[in-house]
Write a protein that binds this ligand. Structure first.
Ligand code: NAD
Length: 295
C-alpha cells in the first residue's frame, strides 16, 4: 500500500487526508497544532510528530499550508521535506502560493532527487469534503501521471496545465474570477434589498440565466443569510489577490478590475473581518452604499 504524507491538516488538508485514507492509501499526517493530527487519527490516518517523521515514511508528500513562507519553511527548512526525502519522493504542494516560489521549490526539489508538482485546488471546504476539487497542476508530465491516482482521491477535475508554477498561475486566475464574482453578487444583493425586491426569488431566477455561476449558487444563499462562517477566510483571499497582482506585474499586464476588488478585500481585512468567510465582502459593499448599521 502506498503511503501518503499530509502536512497541514486545516480546513482543506484535514478532509483531503481523510479522503485519501478512505480511498485506500496509508495516510500519515502532521500539523503544527496537534488537535488536527488527533482528528486525522480518529478518521483512519496515522499521526506523525514532525515533518521528518512524515517524510521518511512516505512515497508521496502533500503540503496544504496557508502561504508561501509556510511552504518555504516546511519544504526547504533545515528539518524540512527536502532534508528528509528519499530519492524519487513525489512532492505535491496543494497550497495556494506565489508562482515564482513554486518554481524555486521545483528546481531545488529536483536537484534533491524529488519529483515536485504545484497543485493548488479550487472548490472550497465542500469540495475538499466531497473529494470533488478542481486541481490545476504544474510540473513535469511524467510526475503528473505518477501522482494522478493520489490526486484522483481528492479531486474530480484534474488538469496538467504546464511546467513548474503554472498551476499557481491558473489558481491566481481562479481567485480573481471568484473575488470579482463575489463583489458583484454583493452589489446585486444591495441593489435588490434597497429597491424593495425580495432577494431570495431574485437570486433563484438569476441562477438560471447568464448571470448564473458557481459563486452565485454556493455563496448567494449564505451571503443573503449574512452567514460568514468560514469556509474560505477573507484574509486568505486577500493573500491570493496579492499573488494575482504580483503575477500580473511579472507578466507586464494590467488587471484593473482585480486591482479594485483587491482593495475592497483589503478593506474587509482592515475593518477586522479577515477571519470571516470571503462572502463578508457584502458588509463592505453595504457600508459603501450607506446600508450598514452606521449608514
Ligand atoms: P488553514 O489555516 O485552515 O489550514 C492550514 C493548516 O496548516 C493549519 O491547520 C495550520 O496549523 C497548519 N500549519 C501552518 N503552518 C504549519 C507548519 N509550519 N507545519 C505544520 N502545519 C502547519 O487553511 P486552509 O483553509 O486549509 O487553506 C490551506 C491552503 O489552501 C491555503 O493556501 C489556501 O489559500 C488554500 N485554499 C483554501 C480553500 C478554502 O476554502 N479554505 C480553498 C482552496 C484553496
Amino acid at each position: 500500500m502506498e503511503t501518503v504524507g499530509v502536512i497541514g491538516l486545516g480546513v482543506m488538508g484535514g478532509p483531503m487526508a481523510a479522503n485519501l485514507s478512505a480511498g485506500g492509501f496509508d495516510v500519515v499526517g502532521y500539523n503544527r497544532s496537534p488537535a488536527a493530527v488527533h482528528a486525522l487519527a480518529a478518521r483512519g490516518g496515522r499521526a506523525a510528530g514532525s515533518i521528518a517523521d512524515v517524510t521518511q515514511q512516505s512515497d508521496v508528500v502533500i503540503t496544504m499550508l496557508p502561504d508561501s513562507p509556510d511552504v518555504e519553511s516546511v519544504v526547504l527548512g533545515d528539518d524540512g521535506v527536502l532534508a528528509h526525502a528519499r530519492e524519487g519522493l513525489v512532492f505535491i504542494d496543494c497550497s495556494t502560493i506565489r508562482p515564482d516560489v513554486s518554481r524555486t521549490i521545483g528546481e531545488l526539489a529536483r536537484s534533491a532527487g524529488v519529483r515536485p508538482l504545484d497543485a493548488p485546488v479550487s472548490g472550497g471546504e465542500r469540495g475538499a469534503k466531497e473529494a470533488s476539487l478542481s486541481i490545476m497542476v504544474g510540473g513535469r508530465a511524467e510526475d503528473f501521471q505518477r501522482a494522478a491516482p493520489v490526486l484522483s482521491a481528492v479531486g474530480k477535475t484534474i488538469v496538467h496545465v504546464g511546467p513548474d508554477g503554472a498551476g499557481q498561475t491558473v489558481k491566481a486566475a481562479n481567485q480573481l474570477i471568484v473575488a470579482g464574482n463575489i463583489a458583484l453578487v454583493a452589489e446585486a444583493i444591495v441593489l435588490l434589498e434597497a429597491s424593495g425586491v425580495d432577494p431570495g426569488p431574485a437570486l433563484t431566477v438569476l441562477q438560471g440565466g447568464l448571470a448564473g455561476s458557481r459563486v452565485l449558487d454556493l455563496k448567494g444563499p449564505t451571503m443573503l443569510a449574512r452567514d460568514f462562517t468560514p469556509g474560505f477566510r477573507t484574509e486568505l483571499h486577500h493573500k491570493d489577490l496579492g499573488i494575482a497582482l504580483a503575477a500580473a506585474r511579472d507578466a507586464a499586464v494590467a488587471l484593473p478590475v482585480t486591482g479594485l476588488v483587491s482593495q475592497l478585500v483589503a478593506s474587509v481585512c482592515a475593518r477586522g473581518m479577515g477571519s470571516l468567510d470571503h462572502g463578508a465582502l457584502l458588509t463592505l459593499v453595504e457600508a459603501l452604499a450607506g446600508r450598514d448599521s452606521a449608514g
